[in-house]
Design a protein around this ligand. Sequence first.
Ligand code: DX5
Ligand code: ZN
Length: 209
Amino acid sequence: MKISASFLKSENIPRDLRKLNDTDVDFIHVDILDGKFVPKLKTMPFRQMKHIYEFTSKRLDVHLMVENPKKYISKYATLNTAYITIHEEIEEVEEALSLIHSYAIGAGLSIKLETPVERVIPYLKDLDLILIMGVAPGRGGQEFEKEAISKVKELRKVLKKYHSKVLISVDGGVTDVVAKKLKEADILVSGSFITEEEDFQKQIDLLRK
Ligand code: DX5
Ligand code: ZN
């Protein structure tokens, strides 16, 4: 089980990224909001954000909650990025996935709580990762919705049926209690459960247990 740490709710991003650098966390999860995919919610522009990544040597796991991902993909492709994940609910999904692959970066597809698992099937051959949302996109610190557990189990069955090696990631509201119910997942994204405690490594260990 790999852990990807989100800093969306962090109050001091440089400090928290430095602290995460001293843990065994696998990825830094970068949430990007454009004010459109989730109305009114917008994260800092890339020209500011790019300096923040100087505080980490961990690979980035970028989650684009944006309507038009192309410009974000080309920017984040210049950093130490392992995965870029877009949303199934936007237009031109295939074009965005092939743009991600053109940079030799892992391509991910995310589905919101209300989006059925079967919607990822047409894209399976173009994917490295599927991200199941455990909360509504937008804010850190929300409570995990239990229906995501059955979606993860259903997705595992789908992947077996299609002999697919695509990774399953779960994002939003992931705590140690939730993690125990997500054994079928390959990557757990967790934000406030890690960054709102003093000892980050202890929280990461609890998620891996
Ligand atoms: C929600 C984001 C998540 C979130 C995770 O829109 O995509 O990545 O920040 O943070 P927690 O673990 O606090 O829900
Ligand atoms: Zn996210």
